[in-house]
Design a protein around this ligand. Structure first.
Ligand SMILES: *Cc1c(COP(=O)(O)O)cnc(C)c1O
Length: 340
């Protein structure tokens, strides 16, 4: 392996030693295979290519100061993958198979789990695709489940420093009864134009509103949204947002800190009542928000003081990171050590 500059990694793809794969054929999962190839040999009429029959996941392995490698709440990712699979008529991946493949791919690539002090982590990407040929719109008869890993730095190059976000009413990522609540590829293709618009306006991401009324906050690009008001953690309730495992964990930590938690519809105008706001997800953990720009209404909502992350966001961020690094007692049993 080449020398990796762990401290300056971005959220990008780095080739590692191997990935693992398992095929579903004739109604059953086959043997797990390891390969060093970064390519898949796929039929050109595979349903994943034409009709978006694919789902993915994203989770991380952390190297602690004690040298141990821990993964964070992988059972939740396994469960969510199966929710996505059911939604678009793909076979479910048994939890045991998910774990076996995850353990193997980490073991094969343990040299790529970044050192503790670098702030980088090993990102694990499970992918489930319809692999057999169909020309009409129908589910595939065969599937491929694979997992690769790649060492990553922060998702937003700013790391844990506040970013600007823009509201875009000209495009939706998901319809109310669509597939916004599952991690399937089509949602992300649908979000690209909005993200590009954000970048053109010097913003890191876009805040999606509910597609029907454009009145309530949905989520923040590929991350959930939360706001802090007094001692309350507020996060949107909507049928078209992806249930973030990071958000679920922050809710539990907020309760543990003695905060109130509200999961409900949040009107855009309510943004002015939050003292802090953030985006959360595996990739970024917490990205504090400095400004939300609502161009169409000529409004700018600002959070925090002097462009610094707020106290509560910082406290949540520190605690959430300390657990998978093994620095804080894992009283919720969120982590699992992977022996290599
Ligand atoms: C993956 C994802 C998230 C974050 O979920 P985590 O489980 O916290 O990583 C949030 N929103 C969208 C749209 C996502 O795809």
């Amino acid at each position: 392996m080449e020398n990796i500059d762990w401290k300056n990694l971005s959220f990008g793809y780095v080739k590692t030693s191997a990935n693992v794969r398992c095929a579903w054929k004739g109604g059953a999962w086959g043997e797990v295979e390891e390969t060093d190839s970064e390519f898949i040999n796929l039929h050109m009429a595979a349903t994943c290519l034409h009709y978006g029959q694919e789902a993915f996941e994203g989770l991380k392995a952390y190297r602690g100061k004690d040298g141990k490698i821990r993964v964070f709440r992988w059972e939740e990712n396994a469960r969510r993958l199966n929710q996505s699979a059911r939604e678009i008529l793909m076979p479910e991946v048994p939890e045991k198979l998910f774990f076996e493949m995850m353990e193997k791919v980490i073991q094969l690539n343990h040299a790529y789990v970044p050192p503790c002090e670098s702030g980088a982590t090993l990102y694990i990407r499970p992918l489930l695709i319809g692999s057999s040929a169909e020309v009409g719109v129908k589910p595939a008869k065969e599937y491929l489940f694979l997992m690769f890993v790649t060492p990553v730095g922060p998702y937003f190059k700013e790391g844990f420093s506040p970013v600007d976000i823009i509201i875009d009413r000209t495009s939706d990522r998901a319809a109310p009864l669509g597939t916004g609540h599952v991690k399937v590829g089509g949602n992300y293709a649908a979000s690209l134009r909005s993200l590009e618009k954000a970048h053109k306006n010097n913003c890191s991401s876009v805040l999606f509103l509910d597609a029907k009324e454009k009145r309530y906050i949905d989520e923040c690009g590929p991350a959930n949204f939360f706001g802090i008001r007094d001692n309350t953690y507020v996060t949107p309730d909507s049928a078209s947002i992806l249930p973030s495992i990071t958000n679920m964990s922050l809710i539990e930590l907020a309760k543990d800190f003695g905060m109130k938690v509200e999961r409900r519809k949040i009107e855009v105008g309510e943004l002015s009542s939050f003292s802090e706001a953030g985006a959360c997800g595996t990739a970024a953990v917490i990205t504090p928000i400095r400004k939300i720009i609502d161009e169409e209404n000529g409004k700018v909502y600002e959070f925090g003081k002097d462009g610094k992350p707020g106290l509560i966001s910082t406290k949540l961020y520190d605690r959430l990171r300390a657990i998978p690094y093994g620095e804080e007692e894992d009283k919720f049993s969120w982590t699992q050590v992977i022996e290599v």
